[in-house]
Write a protein of this length. Structure first.
Length: 321
Protein backbone atom coordinates (compact mmCIF):
# COMPACT_ATOMS: atom_id res chain seq x y z
CA UNK A 1 0.00 0.00 0.00
CA UNK A 2 2.78 2.44 0.91
CA UNK A 3 4.71 1.55 -2.25
CA UNK A 4 1.61 2.12 -4.38
CA UNK A 5 1.09 5.56 -2.83
CA UNK A 6 4.73 6.44 -3.42
CA UNK A 7 4.58 5.36 -7.06
CA UNK A 8 1.32 7.19 -7.70
CA UNK A 9 1.77 10.43 -5.75
CA UNK A 10 5.41 10.61 -4.74
CA UNK A 11 8.82 10.60 -6.45
CA UNK A 12 9.85 6.93 -6.56
CA UNK A 13 13.00 7.53 -8.60
CA UNK A 14 14.25 10.41 -6.46
CA UNK A 15 16.94 10.12 -3.79
CA UNK A 16 15.34 12.85 -1.73
CA UNK A 17 13.55 12.17 1.54
CA UNK A 18 9.75 12.35 1.69
CA UNK A 19 9.32 14.91 4.47
CA UNK A 20 5.58 14.29 5.02
CA UNK A 21 6.16 10.57 5.67
CA UNK A 22 9.62 10.66 7.26
CA UNK A 23 10.36 9.56 10.81
CA UNK A 24 12.49 11.50 13.26
CA UNK A 25 15.45 9.16 12.83
CA UNK A 26 15.26 9.40 9.03
CA UNK A 27 15.19 13.19 9.18
CA UNK A 28 18.19 13.32 11.54
CA UNK A 29 20.25 11.01 9.34
CA UNK A 30 19.37 13.01 6.23
CA UNK A 31 20.14 16.47 7.69
CA UNK A 32 23.34 15.77 9.66
CA UNK A 33 25.87 15.80 6.81
CA UNK A 34 24.21 18.49 4.61
CA UNK A 35 24.01 20.87 7.56
CA UNK A 36 27.70 20.33 8.26
CA UNK A 37 28.61 20.90 4.58
CA UNK A 38 26.52 24.07 4.51
CA UNK A 39 28.65 25.49 7.32
CA UNK A 40 25.78 25.65 9.84
CA UNK A 41 27.11 25.25 13.36
CA UNK A 42 24.75 22.73 14.96
CA UNK A 43 25.61 19.86 17.28
CA UNK A 44 23.95 16.44 17.19
CA UNK A 45 21.71 17.45 20.09
CA UNK A 46 20.65 20.58 18.17
CA UNK A 47 19.88 18.51 15.07
CA UNK A 48 17.80 16.07 17.12
CA UNK A 49 15.90 18.94 18.70
CA UNK A 50 15.37 20.51 15.27
CA UNK A 51 14.02 17.26 13.82
CA UNK A 52 11.66 16.80 16.77
CA UNK A 53 10.37 20.37 16.39
CA UNK A 54 9.82 19.94 12.64
CA UNK A 55 7.88 16.70 13.00
CA UNK A 56 5.86 18.04 15.94
CA UNK A 57 4.85 21.04 13.84
CA UNK A 58 4.03 18.76 10.90
CA UNK A 59 1.83 16.38 12.92
CA UNK A 60 -0.06 19.07 14.86
CA UNK A 61 -3.60 19.92 13.60
CA UNK A 62 -4.71 21.47 11.33
CA UNK A 63 -1.77 20.15 9.28
CA UNK A 64 -2.03 16.60 10.71
CA UNK A 65 1.11 15.37 9.00
CA UNK A 66 0.77 17.19 5.68
CA UNK A 67 3.01 20.15 4.77
CA UNK A 68 2.16 21.74 1.44
CA UNK A 69 4.80 24.50 1.37
CA UNK A 70 8.26 24.79 2.93
CA UNK A 71 7.48 28.37 3.95
CA UNK A 72 5.12 26.92 6.60
CA UNK A 73 8.23 25.67 8.44
CA UNK A 74 9.81 29.11 8.73
CA UNK A 75 8.19 29.69 12.12
CA UNK A 76 9.53 26.50 13.70
CA UNK A 77 12.18 27.15 16.38
CA UNK A 78 15.67 26.55 15.00
CA UNK A 79 14.69 26.84 11.34
CA UNK A 80 16.83 29.52 9.71
CA UNK A 81 16.90 30.38 5.99
CA UNK A 82 20.03 28.24 5.63
CA UNK A 83 18.35 25.24 7.32
CA UNK A 84 15.28 25.78 5.15
CA UNK A 85 17.45 25.66 2.01
CA UNK A 86 18.98 22.37 3.19
CA UNK A 87 15.48 20.95 3.69
CA UNK A 88 14.47 21.95 0.18
CA UNK A 89 17.57 20.34 -1.29
CA UNK A 90 17.37 17.07 0.68
CA UNK A 91 13.61 16.41 0.77
CA UNK A 92 10.36 16.82 -1.11
CA UNK A 93 6.74 17.24 -0.02
CA UNK A 94 4.47 14.35 -1.01
CA UNK A 95 0.75 15.23 -1.34
CA UNK A 96 -0.24 12.56 1.21
CA UNK A 97 0.62 11.47 4.74
CA UNK A 98 0.51 7.91 6.05
CA UNK A 99 -0.31 7.96 9.75
CA UNK A 100 -0.09 4.19 10.19
CA UNK A 101 -0.49 0.91 8.35
CA UNK A 102 -2.54 -2.00 9.66
CA UNK A 103 -3.15 -5.09 7.57
CA UNK A 104 -6.65 -6.43 8.24
CA UNK A 105 -8.63 -8.33 5.62
CA UNK A 106 -12.26 -7.48 4.85
CA UNK A 107 -13.63 -10.69 6.37
CA UNK A 108 -11.51 -10.38 9.49
CA UNK A 109 -12.41 -6.71 9.81
CA UNK A 110 -16.14 -7.43 9.53
CA UNK A 111 -15.86 -10.19 12.11
CA UNK A 112 -13.97 -7.96 14.54
CA UNK A 113 -16.52 -5.19 14.07
CA UNK A 114 -19.47 -7.50 14.71
CA UNK A 115 -17.83 -9.02 17.76
CA UNK A 116 -17.03 -5.58 19.16
CA UNK A 117 -20.62 -4.41 18.71
CA UNK A 118 -22.02 -7.57 20.29
CA UNK A 119 -19.59 -7.42 23.19
CA UNK A 120 -20.55 -3.81 23.89
CA UNK A 121 -24.27 -4.56 23.73
CA UNK A 122 -23.91 -7.63 25.96
CA UNK A 123 -21.90 -5.63 28.49
CA UNK A 124 -24.46 -2.83 28.62
CA UNK A 125 -27.31 -5.34 28.87
CA UNK A 126 -25.54 -7.13 31.71
CA UNK A 127 -25.01 -3.86 33.54
CA UNK A 128 -28.65 -2.93 33.04
CA UNK A 129 -29.87 -6.27 34.43
CA UNK A 130 -27.48 -6.16 37.39
CA UNK A 131 -28.40 -2.63 38.43
CA UNK A 132 -32.11 -3.27 37.86
CA UNK A 133 -31.87 -6.37 40.08
CA UNK A 134 -29.86 -4.62 42.79
CA UNK A 135 -31.81 -1.35 42.74
CA UNK A 136 -34.71 -0.72 40.33
CA UNK A 137 -35.03 -0.76 36.55
CA UNK A 138 -34.94 3.05 36.33
CA UNK A 139 -31.53 3.05 38.05
CA UNK A 140 -30.19 0.73 35.35
CA UNK A 141 -31.56 2.96 32.62
CA UNK A 142 -29.91 6.03 34.17
CA UNK A 143 -26.54 4.29 34.49
CA UNK A 144 -26.56 2.97 30.90
CA UNK A 145 -27.61 6.36 29.48
CA UNK A 146 -24.76 7.99 31.44
CA UNK A 147 -22.29 5.50 29.92
CA UNK A 148 -23.58 6.27 26.42
CA UNK A 149 -23.21 9.98 27.22
CA UNK A 150 -19.59 9.57 28.34
CA UNK A 151 -18.59 7.57 25.28
CA UNK A 152 -20.27 9.87 22.77
CA UNK A 153 -18.78 13.03 24.33
CA UNK A 154 -15.27 11.52 24.35
CA UNK A 155 -15.52 10.40 20.71
CA UNK A 156 -16.84 13.85 19.81
CA UNK A 157 -13.75 15.45 21.38
CA UNK A 158 -11.56 13.16 19.28
CA UNK A 159 -13.42 14.37 16.21
CA UNK A 160 -13.10 18.04 17.21
CA UNK A 161 -9.34 17.81 17.80
CA UNK A 162 -8.83 15.61 14.72
CA UNK A 163 -7.22 12.72 16.58
CA UNK A 164 -6.91 9.12 15.45
CA UNK A 165 -9.08 6.43 17.06
CA UNK A 166 -6.85 3.37 17.38
CA UNK A 167 -7.09 0.12 19.32
CA UNK A 168 -5.57 1.76 22.40
CA UNK A 169 -8.29 4.42 22.26
CA UNK A 170 -10.96 1.68 22.15
CA UNK A 171 -9.37 0.16 25.26
CA UNK A 172 -9.48 3.58 26.94
CA UNK A 173 -13.18 3.96 26.09
CA UNK A 174 -13.97 0.57 27.64
CA UNK A 175 -11.97 1.56 30.72
CA UNK A 176 -13.95 4.79 30.87
CA UNK A 177 -17.28 2.91 30.79
CA UNK A 178 -16.26 0.79 33.77
CA UNK A 179 -14.94 3.80 35.68
CA UNK A 180 -18.10 5.83 35.16
CA UNK A 181 -20.35 2.88 36.04
CA UNK A 182 -18.48 2.34 39.31
CA UNK A 183 -18.91 5.97 40.35
CA UNK A 184 -22.61 5.87 39.42
CA UNK A 185 -23.24 2.73 41.49
CA UNK A 186 -21.61 4.33 44.53
CA UNK A 187 -24.05 7.25 44.33
CA UNK A 188 -27.03 4.95 43.74
CA UNK A 189 -26.09 2.84 46.74
CA UNK A 190 -26.01 5.93 48.95
CA UNK A 191 -29.42 6.98 47.62
CA UNK A 192 -30.84 3.58 48.50
CA UNK A 193 -29.44 3.78 52.03
CA UNK A 194 -30.84 7.27 52.57
CA UNK A 195 -34.31 6.20 51.43
CA UNK A 196 -34.52 3.90 54.45
CA UNK A 197 -34.03 6.75 56.93
CA UNK A 198 -35.59 9.66 55.02
CA UNK A 199 -38.92 8.21 53.93
CA UNK A 200 -40.83 11.42 54.55
CA UNK A 201 -38.34 13.63 52.71
CA UNK A 202 -38.78 14.48 48.98
CA UNK A 203 -36.74 12.35 46.62
CA UNK A 204 -34.73 15.28 45.29
CA UNK A 205 -33.53 16.10 48.81
CA UNK A 206 -32.56 12.47 49.36
CA UNK A 207 -30.53 12.46 46.13
CA UNK A 208 -28.93 15.81 46.94
CA UNK A 209 -27.81 14.52 50.32
CA UNK A 210 -26.47 11.31 48.76
CA UNK A 211 -24.42 13.28 46.22
CA UNK A 212 -22.99 15.50 48.95
CA UNK A 213 -22.10 12.48 51.07
CA UNK A 214 -20.17 10.83 48.22
CA UNK A 215 -18.66 14.07 46.90
CA UNK A 216 -15.45 13.83 48.93
CA UNK A 217 -14.90 10.25 47.80
CA UNK A 218 -15.54 11.24 44.18
CA UNK A 219 -13.14 14.20 44.33
CA UNK A 220 -10.36 12.15 45.89
CA UNK A 221 -10.68 9.17 43.55
CA UNK A 222 -11.25 11.13 40.34
CA UNK A 223 -8.68 13.78 41.26
CA UNK A 224 -5.85 11.32 41.88
CA UNK A 225 -6.68 9.34 38.76
CA UNK A 226 -6.86 12.56 36.75
CA UNK A 227 -3.38 13.66 37.93
CA UNK A 228 -1.94 10.28 36.94
CA UNK A 229 -3.55 10.40 33.50
CA UNK A 230 -2.41 14.00 32.91
CA UNK A 231 1.18 12.94 33.67
CA UNK A 232 0.77 10.07 31.21
CA UNK A 233 -0.63 12.47 28.63
CA UNK A 234 2.30 14.90 28.98
CA UNK A 235 5.21 12.48 29.29
CA UNK A 236 3.80 9.22 27.92
CA UNK A 237 4.94 9.79 24.36
CA UNK A 238 3.09 9.53 21.05
CA UNK A 239 2.26 5.85 21.49
CA UNK A 240 0.09 6.49 24.56
CA UNK A 241 -1.11 9.93 23.49
CA UNK A 242 -4.53 8.78 22.26
CA UNK A 243 -5.06 6.47 25.24
CA UNK A 244 -4.21 9.16 27.78
CA UNK A 245 -6.23 11.83 25.96
CA UNK A 246 -9.32 9.60 26.04
CA UNK A 247 -8.89 9.03 29.77
CA UNK A 248 -8.31 12.72 30.49
CA UNK A 249 -11.54 13.65 28.74
CA UNK A 250 -13.42 10.61 30.01
CA UNK A 251 -12.65 11.13 33.69
CA UNK A 252 -13.99 14.68 33.57
CA UNK A 253 -17.09 13.68 31.60
CA UNK A 254 -17.70 10.49 33.59
CA UNK A 255 -17.47 12.26 36.94
CA UNK A 256 -20.10 14.88 36.20
CA UNK A 257 -22.36 12.47 34.30
CA UNK A 258 -22.81 10.33 37.42
CA UNK A 259 -24.22 13.37 39.22
CA UNK A 260 -25.87 15.45 36.50
CA UNK A 261 -27.03 12.75 34.06
CA UNK A 262 -27.70 9.45 35.86
CA UNK A 263 -29.33 10.88 39.01
CA UNK A 264 -31.75 13.25 37.19
CA UNK A 265 -32.88 10.36 34.97
CA UNK A 266 -33.71 8.32 38.08
CA UNK A 267 -35.56 11.29 39.57
CA UNK A 268 -37.56 11.82 36.37
CA UNK A 269 -38.42 8.11 36.27
CA UNK A 270 -39.76 8.20 39.81
CA UNK A 271 -41.88 11.27 39.07
CA UNK A 272 -43.28 9.59 35.96
CA UNK A 273 -44.17 6.44 37.93
CA UNK A 274 -45.86 8.53 40.66
CA UNK A 275 -47.97 10.38 38.09
CA UNK A 276 -49.14 7.10 36.59
CA UNK A 277 -50.17 5.83 40.02
CA UNK A 278 -52.14 9.01 40.74
CA UNK A 279 -53.95 8.77 37.40
CA UNK A 280 -54.88 5.15 38.11
CA UNK A 281 -56.32 6.13 41.49
CA UNK A 282 -58.44 8.89 39.96
CA UNK A 283 -59.85 6.67 37.19
CA UNK A 284 -60.72 3.72 39.47
CA UNK A 285 -63.87 4.26 41.74
CA UNK A 286 -63.45 4.11 45.51
CA UNK A 287 -64.18 0.69 47.07
CA UNK A 288 -67.16 1.96 49.15
CA UNK A 289 -68.96 3.40 46.13
CA UNK A 290 -68.34 0.27 44.10
CA UNK A 291 -69.84 -1.97 46.83
CA UNK A 292 -72.94 0.23 47.12
CA UNK A 293 -73.44 0.22 43.36
CA UNK A 294 -73.23 -3.54 43.30
CA UNK A 295 -75.65 -4.00 46.23
CA UNK A 296 -78.44 -1.65 45.07
CA UNK A 297 -79.65 -3.59 41.98
CA UNK A 298 -79.92 -6.82 43.97
CA UNK A 299 -82.09 -5.18 46.64
CA UNK A 300 -84.50 -3.70 44.10
CA UNK A 301 -84.97 -7.03 42.39
CA UNK A 302 -85.75 -8.66 45.71
CA UNK A 303 -88.45 -6.08 46.50
CA UNK A 304 -90.00 -6.53 43.09
CA UNK A 305 -90.29 -10.26 43.66
CA UNK A 306 -92.12 -9.83 46.92
CA UNK A 307 -94.56 -7.25 45.54
CA UNK A 308 -95.24 -9.07 42.31
CA UNK A 309 -96.14 -12.43 43.93
CA UNK A 310 -98.67 -11.72 46.69
CA UNK A 311 -100.00 -15.31 46.59
CA UNK A 312 -96.65 -16.51 47.96
CA UNK A 313 -97.12 -14.34 51.03
CA UNK A 314 -100.24 -16.31 51.92
CA UNK A 315 -103.57 -15.26 53.40
CA UNK A 316 -105.51 -17.01 56.15
CA UNK A 317 -107.88 -19.67 54.71
CA UNK A 318 -111.51 -19.55 55.55
CA UNK A 319 -112.85 -22.55 57.55
CA UNK A 320 -116.44 -23.65 56.70
CA UNK A 321 -118.46 -25.68 58.93
Amino acid sequence: MADALKVTFGQPNSDKLDFNNASQNDLIMRLRDPIARAGISMSDADIQKLAASLLSFRDTPPRSGLITDYNQLSGVPGVTPAVLNVLKQESYLAPYHSGGVEMVGPQVGAELRNKAVLATLYALAGMLVYIAFRFEWIYGVGAVVACFHDTIITIGLFSIFNKEISMTVIAALLTLVGYSMNDTIVIFDRIRENLKFMRREPLEQVMDKAVNQTLSRTVMTSGLTFLTVVALFIWGGPVLHGFSFALVCGIIVGTYSSVFVASPIVLAGHYFADKRKKRARVVAPPPAQASRAEASPAGSRKGQTKAGNPAKTGSPAKVTK
